[in-house]
Design a protein around this ligand. Structure first.
Ligand SMILES: Cc1cn([C@H]2C[C@H](O)[C@@H](COP(=O)(O)OP(=O)(O)O[C@H]3O[C@H](C)C(=O)[C@H](O)[C@H]3O)O2)c(=O)[nH]c1=O
Length: 183
């Protein structure tokens, strides 16, 4: 029922569920395990998160280090965001590359962000953001890359973003590489 599309980084998948509309409103399947098992991805989802953000916010770029690295299945329930995944997997031929995909209430689309990627999003319209994680939250293993890193050159499509104090002091990609090499 859903169309599953590879992005410019093949392991980052965009899922477009079939939406059924009628005079009452609409319906779509927002998660199916076989979206992934049918592709040989046996991901065990253990935690759901939800955040709400005002227009102009940027959350990220965040990751959890192994053994607490998280696959994420992200979507927007209300509003519109630009979702960003940056490949930090050691040895990946797309290391340091970013995928940017608009997620919205209109498109009802989802994005699979695999473990080994930094993840973030900018809020284009006030948004409720919901996602599944394949590992529990582990504060001690958290890390990140500063959102406006010049080596990433991401166009977040927001000006003067609202970011948390924690996110404002994240290291650059170069500092991360020098310190850790990758995930
Ligand atoms: C992520 C998380 C946070 N928290 C607590 C920790 C803080 O007291 C509070 C807000 O956390 P934070 O500011 O890290 O929330 P975000 O900036 O939305 O972080 C998330 O944003 C980017 C886009 C991600 O991909 C990650 O899921 C996650 O890093 O919730 C929890 O209790 N459990 C959790 O799983």
């Amino acid at each position: 029922m859903a169309e599953i599309k590879e992005t410019s980084i093949p392991d980052v998948l965009e899922i477009l569920p079939r939406v059924f509309k009628d005079p009452r409103g609409s319906f779509f399947e927002s998660f199916r395990e076989n979206w992934f098992t049918s592709r040989g991805l046996d991901i065990k989802w253990v935690q759901d998160n939800q955040s709400s953000s005002v227009k102009g916010t940027i959350r990220g770029l965040h990751f959890q280090r192994p053994p607490f690295a998280q696959d994420k299945l992200v979507r927007v329930i209300k509003g519109r965001v630009l979702d960003v995944a940056v490949d930090l997997r050691k040895g990946s031929k797309t290391f340091g590359q970013a995928v940017c995909v608009e997620l919205s209430e209109e498109k009802n689309n989802l994005l699979l962000v695999p473990a080994g990627f930094a993840h973030g999003f900018s809020v284009l319209e006030d948004a409720t953001f919901a996602y599944k994680c394949s590992n529990y939250y582990n504060k001690e293993s958290e890390g990140g890359i500063i959102w406006d890193d010049s080596d990433l050159g991401i166009d977040w499509m927001v000006d003067n973003p609202i970011v948390s104090e924690k996110d404002a002091i994240l290291p650059t990609l170069k500092q991360f590489i020098d310190r850790e090499g990758g995930l």
